[in-house]
Design a protein around this ligand. Structure first.
Ligand code: PYC
Length: 414
């Protein structure tokens, strides 16, 4: 354990300045209550204060900030989606991410790497071509490349997959694909929101939501009742436990998704490599660890335990792609909760319940949307009207059968 951590951990009075205040009491009333202190909830709080001057806001987090999906993803940022709505939305997020370290005055270790989605079959290459054409049409830097380009850029990649899998026949290449430090994103937004007057209440669980005559009237917590007319639910894998409280039905199903990091290595992997067929994505963090993840576990479950089966399968697929990693050790592994929608697009915006707003359905792709979901949800809550970038993602699309099909742009098959 580092000396610095030991020194401060054993002090009675913690001498380090806090990143944000730790209010002990809830106020009787807030203009807006945000349930969920992950990146999305904290970003919404930040933009409510910064863009709209709404600062009488409480963020309620039942654990600690960033302890859910925000701290459990593999921190990949990209905008090479398949639909106009999805691609435009995620491109707006990439635009915000590119300047976010400066805006939050915190080094987020945002690092542009280039993002390869490998194709192991002509059918997969066809989908990548489709994505590339949609992307180019919308001004997003994305193209299909052949095996020579892939080998030149990632020479360590075994395109033949050792004969254990179908060989790589091409890829969708997205140069702006990036990674960042996910915990820093949550902490940066928390500090920015706090500095503008937002209260962040950790270890504060919502037990019920009061709705009177179709309008939100308040929130019950394990620390008492709060009066409010606006509630934003931004709790990822716990969404259904919140929507049940207001009698809202959604098509969400919750699956775990597992990931791991290896011991740190000298920098060698400069790109983000995704193989949808092998259900594998991998990048190298600024600390040198390989960060790799899989597709969803094939069963619905609310559990954040990781399994031996995952470690074994993931290791096999990493070795198919990079056979020289045979002696590299896994440092830790974990699971996160993914709230999946039928069309693989999020559910965002207003709902039939007055003053109840939803930011959910992030599946396996929520981290990259953190800045733009915060910005658009803040505008939506403020105006009580869906922001133009998210109208297609309203919950009502399922009743209207107007789905926004993004399954083909998911990093891995599901
Ligand atoms: O959608 O970029 C993505 C992603 C990365 C890991 C899981 N999903």
């Amino acid at each position: 354990m580092p000396h610095r951590l030991l020194k401060f951990a054993l002090r009675k009075q913690y001498p380090e300045e806090r990143m944000f205040r730790a209010p002990t009491e809830l106020r009787d009333e807030y203009d807006v209550v945000i349930i969920g202190g992950g990146g999305h909830g904290l970003a919404a709080a930040y933009y409510l204060a910064k863009d709209h001057g709404i600062t009488n806001v409480a963020v309620l987090e039942k654990g600690y900030i960033g302890s859910g999906g925000t701290g459990r993803n593999t921190a990949i940022i990209r905008s090479n989606y398949l639909t106009r709505e999805g691609a435009n939305f995620y491109q707006a997020s990439v635009d915000l991410f590119q300047d976010l370290s400066r805006e939050l005055n915190l080094n987020l270790f945002y690092s542009e790497r280039g993002h390869f989605t490998l194709a192991h079959s002509p059918a997969s290459l066809r989908t990548q071509r489709w994505r590339a054409e949609v992307n180019k049409h919308l001004g997003i830097d994305s193209e299909v490349v052949g095996p020579e380009f892939i080998k030149k850029t990632v020479p360590e990649l075994d395109l033949s997959c050792g004969g254990h899998q179908a060989p790589v026949v091409g890829a969708l290449y997205h140069p702006p694909g990036a990674i960042a430090r996910h915990d820093a994103v949550a902490w940066g937004y928390a500090r920015g929101a706090d500095q503008r007057g937002v209260e962040i209440h950790q270890k504060t669980a919502v037990t019920d939501i009061e709705v009177r005559d179709g309008q939100v009237a308040g929130v019950h917590t394990d620390k008492g009742f709060i009066k409010t007319r606006k509630v934003l639910s931004a709790v990822a894998g716990w969404t259904t436990s919140i929507t049940e409280r207001v009698g809202l039905r959604t098509p969400l199903v919750i699956h775990p998704l597992q990931a791991l990091v290896t011991e740190p290595l000298k920098p060698w992997l400069h790109s983000i490599v995704v193989s949808a067929s092998l259900h594998t994505y991998v990048s190298q963090s600024s600390r040198g660890e390989l960060v790799a993840g899989a597709s969803l576990d094939p069963y619905e479950l609310i559990s954040m335990r990781s399994t031996l089966d995952f470690a074994e399968t993931m290791s096999g697929h990493l070795l198919d792609l990079f056979p020289f990693l045979g002696d590299i050790k896994i440092l830790r592994q974990w699971a996160g909760l993914c709230d999946m929608t039928p069309d693989f697009s999020p559910i965002m915006g207003t709902t039939p319940i007055g003053g109840f707003y939803i930011d959910a359905g992030w599946g396996t792709w929520g981290f990259k949307a953190t800045p733009i979901s915060g910005k658009t949800m803040a505008a939506t809550v403020c105006e009580d009207h869906d922001h133009p970038l998210i109208t297609a993602f309203n919950l009502s699309r399922f009743e209207r059968f107007e789905l926004v099909g993004e399954k083909g742009a998911a990093s891995v098959g599901h």
